[in-house]
Design a protein around this ligand. Structure first.
Ligand code: ZN
Ligand code: ZN
Length: 570
């Protein structure tokens, strides 16, 4: 079982307990467990299978360890199944309504006896909800509006599509003279791999102005709802975008609130509470007095924290770092000096060696590696030893004729299904740079996948493992890999790890990239360009590295070629 799935079971358990009104400490313990599981680099299922004790993790006590062991071994969690019997399934559907959490659902279920979205809708329509303590007419209206969203399944889009749409709309709204501030918030601002919906915040004295403009934006298909300060639209891609117009003095608080993540904000609220403060999307308050809200910096400062980069706001290590005054200075796009994975017309690329080199130089890169496919990838016209040697000769000829950029003779060599390399060692030994990759047989059993990767790592000529899992986000699961074993071996054999920057790969993911860094493995962010425009994706790789908390120092291709070579094994 994947860690994410296991974590979601504990999260669900916590939700159910909260709906039942269980002890808050117990609920929090389960939520912490879910977080620990989802941010572990190593598979908990493997850990248990190899006799390890989940109790070794911070915050996992004896009882939780027993339950993790149970789910790892059987795929089931008996405490969860027990609870599920006590709460009708329709009650859980209510959790899908934006703005409705377990606490509210608990009230709906226990005080009004509501058991489904249909029950809830009827209760709102008859005004029963607004009569409850703590619920006003406003809450009732907003729940009614949001029930529709909860009943439709919305799709997730790649971070590239999310950024393209959100940034185009923000730019358009910023062009209005009345709009003084406008930014993207939400998971898009945190640069998650995929986004379910988009959030945009604006400051404008007349909220109708940006709303009217958004309604006619070419990317917008329909306006789904429009209130005083909030408008929801559906984009032509099917994704929904919320625009909120907020007061200037609340803009920072709203950015903090709507950027999330949910888990990060729970921790932030907790800290505020400990200081006797209240924090929400309008500001930070002592009693009724606002003490911060205009900027995010001031909001974080009010609760004793430095500003935290959005990419780190997942309640993983950011608070620990903040308390130690050690928030990492995250890598930036301009730190990157070289790109070590790209294709030319020799295999399945669209441009020549020369065109790729000149395009890379135009973008300010100082060095590149040309890494066409090896012969196993026959549909991409992969190279055998003869063609590869001729190709390298051509690269050497061109590198003499172009100034301002260095070109390495590389290869993206397949690790075959039988765990041998697609090209003989004597050929690989002539390369400046060898990327070893899995393209085929990704569904092989883990033992075979690991044998393949370990053989590649032990090969004296392999410099790096490219797009490690082979996943295609939303389309294809990656290979089944035992990451701690892999990373340990890579560290031992001085093999680097790639973050493939293509938005459909982003492989390593954020958690595994952070784990690789913890093993001291140099990480290389590569574009895997197949054309001169392919370099555009570099920023997504940098974003992924930032989510992993990586600094310039952690990423090998921020160095000059001379210093980069010092990290290579040969
Ligand atoms: Zn590849
Ligand atoms: Zn490639």
């Amino acid at each position: 079982m994947k860690n994410d799935l296991m974590a979601s079971q504990f999260e669900l358990l916590a939700d159910l307990l909260e709906i039942q009104g269980a002890n808050p400490f117990r609920i929090r313990a389960y939520r912490n467990a879910a977080r620990t599981i989802s941010s572990a680099a190593e598979s908990l299922t493997d850990l248990v299978a190899s006799g390890g004790d989940p109790g070794q993790f911070d915050g996992i006590g004896k009882d939780l360890a027993r339950q993790i062991t149970e789910i790892a071994q059987t795929g089931h969690l008996s405490s969860l199944e027990e609870l599920r019997k006590q709460i009708p399934p329709g009650v859980l559907d209510m959790l899908r309504i934006p703005g409705v959490g377990p606490k509210k659902v608990s009230v709906f279920f226990n005080e009004l006896g509501l058991k489904s979205l249909a029950d809830l809708k009827a209760a709102c329509e008859s005004g029963r909800l607004s009569k409850l303590k703590g619920f006003g007419k406003k809450t009732e209206d907003s729940i009614l509006q949001n029930i529709a969203a909860a009943t439709e399944h919305s799709q997730r889009i790649s971070i590239a599509d999310a950024r393209a749409a959100a940034e185009a709309i923000v730019e358009d709204l910023r062009s209005l003279p009345e709009v003084t501030q406008c930014e993207v918030a939400g998971s898009c601002r945190r640069r998650r791999e995929t986004c379910g919906d988009l959030d945009v915040l604006a400051v404008c004295s007349d909220s109708a102005v940006p709303m009217n403009r958004l309604a006619v934006h070419p990317l917008v298909e329909a306006v789904l709802l429009r209130g005083e300060t909030k408008q929801r639209v559906r984009l032509k891609t099917g994704v929904e975008l919320d625009l909120r117009v907020v007061p200037e003095e609340s803009f920072g608080a709203a950015m903090q609130y709507f950027t999330g993540s949910k888990e990060h904000n729970v921790a932030v609220r907790h800290r505020a509470k400990e200081l006797g403060l209240k924090i929400n999307e309008y500001g930070v308050f002592r009693e009724e007095t606002s003490i911060a809200g205009r900027t995010e910096e001031e909001v974080y400062a009010a609760i004793g924290l430095p500003w935290i980069p959005p990419e780190l706001r997942e309640n993983r290590k950011e608070f620990e770092w903040a308390d130690a005054g050690a928030i990492p200075q995250l890598l930036t796009l301009t730190d990157i000096q070289g790109d070590l994975h790209m294709h030319t017309t020799a295999s399945d690329g669209a441009a020549s060696i020369e065109e790729m080199a000149l395009a890379a130089r135009d973008r300010g890169l100082k060095y590149i590696a040309i890494t066409d496919h090896s012969k196993r990838v026959s549909m991409a016209n992969g190279l055998d030893a003869d063609r590869l040697r001729k190709h390298w000769q051509e690269i050497r000829r061109i590198r003499e004729s172009i100034d301002g950029i260095e070109i390495l003779c590389g290869i993206e060599c397949d690790i075959l299904e039988d765990a041998t390399m697609d090209l003989p060692d004597d050929v690989l030994s002539e390369a400046d740079w060898v990327i070893a990759v899995l393209h085929y047989g990704l569904r092989q059993p883990r033992e075979q996948i690991m044998l393949r990767l370990m053989n590649a790592i032990r090969n004296p000529h392999v410099d790096i493992i490219g797009h490690c899992t082979g996943r295609m986000i939303g389309r294809r699961e990656g290979a089944d890999i035992q990451f701690t074993e892999l990373l340990k071996a890579a560290a031992d054999h001085q093999v680097m790890m790639e973050i493939n920057a293509h938005p459909s790969r982003l492989d390593l993911n954020d958690i595994h990239a952070a784990a690789a860094r913890d093993y001291g493995i140099p990480i290389v962010i590569s574009t895997d360009s197949h054309s001169v425009n392919g370099f555009d994706v570099l920023e997504y790789g940098v974003d992924q590295a930032r989510r992993a908390g990586l600094t310039k120092q952690d990423v090998a291709n921020t160095r000059s070629l001379k210093d980069f070579k010092k990290l290579m094994k040969s």
